[in-house]
Ligand binder design. Structure first.
Ligand SMILES: [Zn+2]
Length: 377
């Protein structure tokens, strides 16, 4: 990770570069700020810059030397990573980060904006809770005390130190109070208020700010192919977090796909085109179980909104422009005679699919029922 891979935050980069130039590197740094703005990426870029053998005149790591290549693959000999992990099912010793280093590499290597929820989801355990256990602090103390470093600085990058229990906190505090020579801790925290005050007061803090809406829109446009208008809309509701912008983007892309699927269903059902409805059912089933479940949730919301649409009550509209346009023509087909049954049909389908029923059969059954319910006068 290089500074140039991280959009915005120029003053933070400048401050970090200056520390290296002036050779005044604190033994503990805390990068603090909301989730999804690039704090861990900044910690990585700083460590890579510090170790780089051929820093560029622009003030970045070269990206090509041996040290840079090691950093890019999380293999740098003097850089350790600490991140929250999940206890295996069935108990046993509390795990440490190194137990999951391969998963971590796969997850984090090209990621500028970290996502705790997505990281937690890589652990297959149900209702997994991520945590940093005292075993981690013990392993770290052992490593720092008994191994020597090759380069001038040894770096420990600690993602989300707020996710450690008290016992671990106390060990970390001790490490910060009696630092090992030439060892630098870089903590990246979403919730610094959850750290022990004694830890908080011992680190040099660098606040990383929310991203400007323009930066978020630029990233959406250049890296995710979103057109400018939509990019700006998403950027404005993201409140400076790239992570929340990407989540919103995903939701808005999916709902526009679901709207198309819903419109096809209603159009084909109105035409009583059973042959094409069979294809419709197969295509929906081909999306897979989780997206099918989300489609049925979406369809129920749209039915509800269309029913309400008929009352013309000035109300908060929960329809986006594309949905509203469709509803202006479609709403009259949803009335008090069919709305409840339609909702039940969709809800039953959702339950059946959640219970692993065959999607093709369930979806076709829904389609046939919709034919009957739409023509009911
Ligand atoms: Zn380099």
């Amino acid at each position: 990770m290089r500074f140039s891979d991280i959009p915005a935050h120029e003053h933070v980069k400048e401050r970090l570069r200056r520390m290296v130039e002036e050779d005044r590197i604190p033994h503990a740094l805390l990068l603090e700020g909301p989730e999804g703005i690039g704090k861990l990426a900044m910690a990585r870029a700083f460590a890579q810059y510090l170790h780089c053998e051929r820093r560029t005149p622009e003030g970045d790591a070269c990206g090509e030397c041996q040290s840079c290549r090691w950093h890019q693959t999380f293999n740098h000999i003097d850089t350790s990573y600490v991140f929250p992990v999940v206890k295996p099912e069935g108990g046993g010793d509390a795990p440490v980060s190194d137990d999951f280093i391969q998963e971590w590499r796969d997850f984090a290597s090209d990621r500028v904006y970290m996502d705790l929820q997505a990281w937690t989801a890589t652990f297959t355990k149900k209702n997994a809770q991520t945590m940093t256990y005292v075993t981690e602090a013990n392993a770290l103390i052992h490593k720092l005390a008994f191994t020597s470093h090759v380069t001038r600085y040894r770096v420990v990058i600690w993602w989300l130190p707020e996710r450690m229990n008290e016992e671990t906190s106390n060990k970390l505090l001790k490490l910060l109070e009696e630092p090992y020579p030439d060892t630098i801790f870089i903590l990246a925290s979403n919730r610094p208020e959850d750290l022990l005050p004694t830890i908080y007061s011992r680190v040099q803090r660098i606040e990383m700010k929310r991203l400007p809406a323009g930066t978020i829109a630029d990233i959406l446009e250049s890296r995710h192919g979103v057109e400018r208008g939509q990019a700006m809309t998403i950027a404005h509701i993201a409140e400076g977090s790239m992570l929340s912008a990407l989540n919103n983007l995903h939701v808005s892309k999916e709902s526009s796909k679901f709207l198309d699927i819903f419109i096809s269903l209603m159009r084909l059902a109105y035409q009583r085109n059973v042959k094409e409805l069979r294809e419709w059912a197969n295509e929906l089933a081909a999306l897979g179980r989780e997206p099918e479940l989300r489609f049925y949730d979406y369809a129920m919301r749209l039915l509800r909104e269309n029913f309400v649409y008929n009352f013309n009550v000035p109300q908060i509209s929960y329809l986006n422009p594309a949905e509203a346009q469709f509803s202006s023509r479609f709403a009259r087909f949803i009335n008090e005679r069919n709305v409840e049954t339609l909702m039940r049909v969709f809800n039953d389908a959702r339950t059946d699919i959640a219970g692993n029923a065959n999607g093709k059969i369930v979806n076709l059954d829904v389609a046939i029922k919709v034919i009957m319910l739409l023509i009911q006068k």
